[in-house]
Ligand binder design. Structure first.
Ligand SMILES: *Cc1c(COP(=O)(O)O)cnc(C)c1O
Length: 363
């Protein structure tokens, strides 16, 4: 499919072209009904098919055990920062968190409003350029859960190995920016959540995957919409779900299936990130990678040019050549190329060609 512009934005991020065309085609007249899916009851048969397909695709693609819950919850990943603590952090007791920068900090701040949080490792002293080592000795087997962020969108760092403490401490993971970009053993996790807008669809809704014993674990009296069990008992239809987001999720997951599944997409992601880092590393300091090499993210590639002026020039010349969304996060600056599942290899190749030309003309 023809690409005039490649969108490297960190999020909301590019969706697969094929998905956008399909959504456009179906927008006003869903399956010959002369009515849009957005105008249909969430209890209608047609919407029921869509939400069932979205769930079935998620379960299939991530090989989720049958007894785990799969929930579509409005409010994005930040909403989960609070909701998960309300449900899973007991009034007496505590939860462990790994601090890998901005998003994990926000998760920590929200949990601290609810209960006791213990930050067991932090990348703060190295400016979040690396994933901190977790000393097994300080893991508290009595912690209600251990929370971490698998991919750090702002800095371009990623856990390549997950913390593993047996089944003693339930693992809770924010996978917003790398969900379905690589194969993950869901059984090792008590909870996985992700805002859709990086790899799975539009913003404003989260996918939550939860081990059965966690679902009913509500330590507080909570309104129904704040309890995971409500989503479980009502099959995500307690209230009107975000039907557009559910629909887009069904299309994006269908697209991943058509690509051959998460394993195939992962291999393409490996190639995309490898060739981009290679271009950075061979530039002899013209392009400086932000992250410590062993912890580099395959989703967000962050780097700096020798001066602020060159960073700016790079961003504006790239935009003229049809590569947009390359500015780094406002707290970090520099360049950030987000290369989620929907970014084709062609887009990365075009960026690499541009980097090589730009270096020639500016060093
Ligand atoms: C984008 C992002 C979030 C925030 O998502 P919202 O849907 O805006 O709340 C949280 N965590 C990570 C890792 C992210 O990349």
């Amino acid at each position: 499919m023809l690409h005039k512009v490649f969108n490297f934005c960190a999020g909301p991020a590019a969706m697969p072209r094929e998905v956008m065309y399909k959504a456009q085609q179906e927008f006003r007249n869903y399956q010959g009904t002369q009515v849009s899916l957005l105008e249909m009851s969430h209890r209608s048969n047609l919407f029921d098919e869509v939400i069932k397909k979205a769930e079935a695709n998620v379960r299939f693609l991530m090989d989720i055990p049958d007894d785990y819950g799969v929930f579509f919850i409005q409010g994005g990943a930040s909403f989960q920062f609070a909701m998960l603590a309300m449900n899973l952090l007991p009034p007496i007791g505590k939860a462990d968190y790994i601090d890998t920068g901005r998003w994990s900090q926000k998760a920590i701040e929200q949990a601290e409003l609810i209960g006791k949080v213990n930050v067991i490792a932090s990348g703060k002293d190295v400016g979040y350029t690396a994933i901190p080592e977790v000393d097994d000795m300080i893991i508290d087997p009595g912690a209600a859960y251990l929370h971490f962020t698998s991919n750090n969108t702002v800095y371009g760092t990623q856990f390549h190995e997950f913390p593993d403490y047996g089944n003693n401490v339930p693992l809770v993971c924010d996978m917003s920016s790398d969900i379905m970009s690589r194969e993950v053993d869901v059984e090792k996790f008590a909870m996985i959540y992700a805002g859709l807008q990086k790899n799975l669809g539009p913003s404003g809704m989260s996918l939550v995957i939860m081990r059965p014993d966690m679902i009913e674990k509500s330590y507080r009296v909570l309104p129904d919409l704040l309890k995971y069990s409500t989503y479980d008992h009502n099959h995500n239809l307690y209230n009107t779900p975000n039907s557009f987001a559910v629909y887009m999720l069904s299309l994006v997951t269908e697209w991943i299936r058509e690509q051959g599944g998460v394993g195939i997409v992962e291999r393409i992601n490996d190639v995309k990130s490898e060739i981009l880092y290679e271009e950075i590393d061979k530039s002899e300091g013209f392009y400086n990678g932000f992250a410590f090499a062993p912890d580099r993210s395959r989703m967000n590639v962050c780097f700096n040019l020798p001066t602020q002026e060159l960073n700016q020039k790079f961003i504006s010349e790239a935009a003229e050549k049809g590569m947009v969304g390359l500015a780094g996060h406002r707290s970090v600056g520099g360049i950030r190329a987000s290369i989620y599942n929907a970014m084709p290899l062609k887009g990365v190749s075009r960026l690499i060609d541009f980097m090589s030309e730009f270096k020639k003309h500016n060093s």
